[in-house]
Ligand binder design. Structure first.
Ligand SMILES: Cc1cc2nc3c(=O)[nH]c(=O)nc-3n(C[C@H](O)[C@H](O)[C@H](O)COP(=O)(O)OP(=O)(O)OC[C@H]3O[C@@H](n4cnc5c(N)ncnc54)[C@H](O)[C@@H]3O)c2cc1C
Length: 401
């Protein structure tokens, strides 16, 4: 019997969220790969501005479905938290740093090799609902083609076209980042040991976030991804913030002996996962940064991969039941360890970066136990009640220190 739709699901976006959704549908849910299409406006391998730190959580989720990360990488051996002259260092593996161009192309190619229909270089430009006997969607691509699918997974990142076309509200302001790569300089002693630096000195200049130095594999050598993340929690005027964030970045780079005028800077935004974030509308679920990412760190690769796993399991149910409601997906994301971490992170961002964040920052700088817990949290592990209690007491002591 001919099938009414070309595909059971059209996944819009072939980044980590989209690829993970496709791979989990095939490898974990047993969905026939030719029933899945991935549309991406970019031709892969495509460039993606990113520092490329992937928490162990993302690697574990991929490994569970037999996807290895066969791309050049640097292991993150631990963390340094810096503020002025004070440095807190903890060595404990956190994950890896990859180049997004290679990593994302590898995941999408793995899905293509599994038999998924991948249309890269062909983006979504319009979406229409079919409300007849057979409900679903007609997606018009940037090449003018029509793709008919029963369900849509919006995995098209911070600027999600799917969200815009469907009129899904933005619940919070986006974060701002600048990213650049340079060779190592004398300041970068810890980079050779595989440590990632989070420099909180920039908070003194009004940025709600941090400056980073991460080791990264570029042209076969360990170099440095640098940048600044501003969570954009309180300031009303985005244009002013962009300018001042750049100035603060310039000062952070100058402390490292780097002239901002001589480097290639790339501005970008991130969409935070906050309590009011929308995870679905009828027939459509949002995955990865289209849904939201970690507001404290500005990171979301591992979370996007994990959300792809949840999305696949709920899509597989929808294929069987024809039910267009994805409220169970939203519930599972929010109650999972990853979702709880995302929500905690939205809560924490205001406490750590806000005016009252001084004790929390001091605690992180001075307490090895706090950093060890932060690394476990970063890896996606749950913290035991006793650890949480110790952290609470340590933080309280820091308030009165
Ligand atoms: C400067 C910077 C540094 C960062 N550093 C880190 C880090 O170190 N670690 C970390 O975990 N996270 C980091 N992040 C966040 C990270 O990049 C995101 O969390 C991650 O990319 C989310 O994956 P995704 O698959 O949801 O979206 P994306 O990776 O953004 O993928 C979305 C895809 O959708 C495609 N697309 C967009 N519009 C359309 C359309 N109309 N039709 C079809 N396709 C479309 C895009 O081409 C893209 O391929 C950083 C972000 C920035 C900006």
């Amino acid at each position: 019997m001919p099938e009414a739709f070309d595909y059971d699901v059209a996944i819009v976006g072939g980044g980590p969220a989209g690829s993970s959704t496709a791979l989990h549908l095939v490898r974990h849910e047993g969905v026939r790969p030719h029933r899945i299409v991935v549309l991406d406006k970019a031709k892969f391998p495509r460039d993606k501005p990113c520092a490329g730190a992937v928490s162990q959580l993302g690697l574990d989720v991929l490994s569970a479905i037999g996807v290895d990360v066969a791309v050049p990488c640097v292991t993150m051996e631990g963390v340094r938290v810096l503020q002025g002259e004070t440095v807190g260092e903890t060595v404990d593996r956190m994950g890896i740093v990859i180049r997004r161009t290679e990593f994302d192309a590898h995941l999408l190619e793995t899905a293509r090799c599994d038999g998924v229909h991948v249309k890269d270089g062909e983006g979504l430009s319009a979406i229409d609902r079919c409300e007849g006997r057979r409900k679903g969607f007609v997606l018009t691509t940037t090449l003018g083609a029509k793709v008919r699918a029963r369900f849509v997974a919006a995995a098209d990142g911070a600027g999600s076209t799917t969200r815009k076309l469907l009129g899904i509200r933005e619940p919070d302001r986006k974060g701002h980042l600048y990213v650049l790569d340079t060779e190592r300089v004398a300041f970068d002693a810890a980079i050779g040991r595989g440590l990632v630096d989070f420099d909180l000195t920039v908070l003194e200049d009004g940025v709600e976030g941090y400056y980073w130095d991460f080791p990264t594999m570029l042209d076969g050598a360990v170099q440095v991804s640098r940048g600044i993340y501003h969570a954009n929690l309180t300031r009303p005027d985005a244009a002013t913030i962009q300018g001042s964030v750049k100035d603060v970045l310039g000062r952070a780079l100058a402390r490292r002996g780097i002239d901002i005028a001589k480097v290639k800077l790339r501005p970008f935004s991130t969409r935070p996962f906050v309590p009011r974030s929308t995870g679905w509308v009828k027939g459509v679920l949002l995955v990865g940064e289209a849904y939201g990412i970690d507001q404290t760190t500005g990171e979301g690769i591992a979370q996007a991969i994990e959300m792809g796993r949840f999305a696949a399991s709920h899509l597989a149910v929808a294929f069987r039941t024809d039910n267009p409601r994805f409220d169970a997906y939203e519930r599972e994301v929010r109650t999972s360890t990853t979702g709880r971490h995302l929500l905690q992170s939205a809560w924490m961002a205001r406490r750590v970066y806000g005016r009252i964040g001084h004790p929390a920052r001091r605690f992180l700088l001075r307490s090895a136990g706090a950093r060890a817990a932060a690394i476990r949290w970063y890896r996606g592990e749950s913290l035991s009640m006793s650890t949480q209690l110790r952290l609470g007491l340590g933080l309280a002591a820091s308030v009165f220190a």
